[in-house]
Design a protein around this ligand. Sequence first.
Ligand SMILES: Cc1cc2nc3c(=O)[nH]c(=O)nc-3n(C[C@H](O)[C@H](O)[C@H](O)COP(=O)(O)OP(=O)(O)OC[C@H]3O[C@@H](n4cnc5c(N)ncnc54)[C@H](O)[C@@H]3O)c2cc1C
Length: 256
Amino acid sequence: MKMFVSLTPPTINEISTNTKVTTKDPVMSPIEGITTPESENVLSVPTDPPTEEKHTAYTPLISERAIDQARPLKVIYIGAGISGILAAIKFREAVPDLSLTIYEKNPELGGTWYENQYPGCACDVPSHSYQLSFESWTGWSKFFSGADEIREYWNRVALKYNVREHIKFESRCVGARWNDSIGKWFVQVVDEKTGSVFEDSADVFMTGTGLLNEWKWPSIPGLHNFKGKLLHSASWDNTYDMTVGFRTATSQIFNL
Ligand SMILES: Cc1cc2nc3c(=O)[nH]c(=O)nc-3n(C[C@H](O)[C@H](O)[C@H](O)COP(=O)(O)OP(=O)(O)OC[C@H]3O[C@@H](n4cnc5c(N)ncnc54)[C@H](O)[C@@H]3O)c2cc1C
């Protein structure tokens, strides 16, 4: 997990003073491997310098909050795998006035355990140690449980702690930039259903996108000329009849 935190105190009406502008610079994304194409590089930045009047109006020397009133904190988290589910639980415990949004590119939570559905996919550490210390499940059917059972466990956890209410599914993060002048993260997200790009902002930006999440075909010359069925363990086709493939030696399985 990578966390990026705003240390700048929030200002009043900061977002509403911004205007959308298009820049030519590539978006510097803190998410490894993700950049925003120039055409999508629409960022919210202030277009007019603050006037004397605005300065006094927007940055009071003394906080307007009562001493026992928590600072409102908006958090954007990327990914609803195990890391994202746990982050949601722990963030809510730790931050009294929290507004949390988790953007997840898939239509479901679970990450690794949602995506890997190949026959026999299982945990290679004992199930009783691959779970939350505060949500101990003793009903595992096997010592090394299968992906379905692990997915069910995390679904139960997410349900119990109302994690789903924070998740925006089918929303892929494609870039993020820190705006120093107003002390906010601006995060670009693609709606996978419509293809449209929108922007959200937050005080804290955190990623739990998974080390093993972006599967790809191996670079084997002629791979895609193979006449049979190509299957990747991280993008399994459950409709494919494996018995046909193995009988006629026309399938290749990759787990890279
Ligand atoms: C087949 C397999 C078996 C494994 N077995 C074990 C094991 O036995 N023991 C063990 O400790 N670990 C195992 N692992 C490692 C496993 O990945 C981690 O234990 C754990 O599940 C990682 O959780 P995560 O939330 O960090 O990442 P992930 O589960 O990868 O979740 C990341 C989430 O982020 C989302 N995401 C990624 N990019 C974006 C984006 N740009 N925008 C929006 N959403 C995005 C993904 O869709 C995904 O839902 C295994 C992994 C695999 C693939």
